[in-house]
Design a protein around this ligand. Structure first.
Ligand code: HEC
Length: 339
């Protein structure tokens, strides 16, 4: 055999074995789901459980009814007064506190995001698109200032023990005392706390409500936290941000804190064109990392999505209601098998 033929066979073998990438998928053959995201202001887990949320609070405290049972109707779509939240007009019913103490002028209350999902024997793939001015794509300096346009996705399995823990999506991790929320503790207070002091941090980031007994400083014992890790308490967190024309992916997790994974298991690419961002994500179904959720065909996983856009940070994002993704199974979003 001549050398050219050897080279051809060698290249063929390489291509055959190189991992799949979401950018190589024929996405026009995969179904698209439109998700209406909304601007929540300072809505937190504490608000959702409180009397300020009237009937909603009562039902969530009992672990009954999902957000969408009350806030989405087949005929009229989402019923939420977020246009009044964004302008700072809407106040909470009982406490009379504003839903948005720092209104952003000209911002929309809603944002439509398109999602597609697929999987094969080895990988799961997501493709997300949302309309945007592409500010940080066109100006990388925004990312240096902590204001990149970005999308974050929380994913978890349904807990066998306490199903309702899994039903409220990202809202389980959003609290009144987080950084930039109304009851956020001072940097000095945070530094003095044993946990945050040890890891040299001065801000409180997302945490799952079941890891505390009463607020950010009351973390449960390590043994209990380990228990949540075993019983589907872990929330996986994938983030893709645009620092100029280079999208960068970050693999993280949320349980007692929001942290970056030691091992980077997600790959992403994307761009901004014709007034919209496109992001494609690839992850192995099984990563072997206890701080990742492990996936297989037939699984139904729960997810919530957040988009930071137009120079915003911390809580000032659009969020989705909790949704399910079925991997070849029923779900609000159906991941299609492609090979
Ligand atoms: C049992 C029904 C019910 C459920 C379940 C429910 N809500 Fe509500 N929600 C309400 C009602 C009623 C109000 C209006 C409260 C008032 O009178 O001001 C409300 C108000 C709100 C508001 C303030 C904006 C507005 O339109 O008044 C937000 C935001 C909100 N809910 C989000 C959620 C989220 C997120 C969930 C799920 C985690 C949820 N709700 C679950 C009934 C519900």
């Amino acid at each position: 055999m001549n050398i050219k033929l050897w080279l051809f066979i060698f290249t063929l073998i390489l291509v055959w074995h190189s991992p799949a990438q979401a950018k190589d998928i024929s996405w026009d053959k995969v179904g698209t789901q439109k998700i209406t995201m909304f601007y929540p202001g300072v809505v937190s887990w504490e608000f959702l459980n409180s009397e300020d949320h009237s009937l909603g609070g009562k039902n969530i405290r009992k672990g009954k009814k999902n957000c969408t049972d009350c806030h989405v109707s087949k005929d009229t779509g989402i019923d939420l007064r977020v246009e009044e939240i964004v302008t700072g007009k809407l106040q909470m019913k009982k406490s009379q506190k504003p839903f948005e103490p720092e209104p952003i002028s000209g911002k929309n209350g809603f944002l439509d995001l398109n999602i597609q999902a697929a999987y094969d024997d080895e990988y799961v793939y997501l493709r997300l698109q949302w309309p945007s001015q592409g500010l940080s794509w066109n100006n990388p300096k925004l990312a240096e200032d902590g204001l990149p346009d970005r999308v974050s996705i929380q994913l978890n399995h349904l807990s066998d023990k306490e199903e309702y823990l899994s039903r409220y999506g990202c809202f389980r991790t959003c609290h009144n005392d987080l950084n930039s929320m109304p009851n956020s503790p001072s940097k000095e207070q945070v530094k003095k706390n044993v946990y945050y002091g040890t890891i040299k941090r001065d801000d409180v980031r997302l945490y799952a409500f079941y890891t505390r007994t009463d607020g950010w400083a009351a973390m449960k014992a390590d043994k209990e936290l380990q228990g949540f890790l075993k019983d589907s308490g872990l929330i996986d967190l994938w983030k893709i941000e645009f620092k100029g024309k280079e999208p960068s992916a970050e693999d993280g997790w949320i349980l007692e804190d929001r942290r970056k994974d030691d091992k980077e298991d997600i790959k992403a690419d994307g761009n901004w064109e014709n007034g919209k961002y496109v992001v494609r994500i690839t992850r192995k179904l099984q990563t072997g990392d206890p701080r990742d959720i492990q996936l297989k065909e037939g699984d139904v996983i729960f997810t919530g999505i957040a988009v930071h856009d137009e120079k915003t940070n911390h809580r000032k994002h659009y969020v989705s209601f909790p949704m399910s993704i079925g991997l070849g199974a029923e779900g609000d979003i159906k991941a299609e098998r492609i090979k």
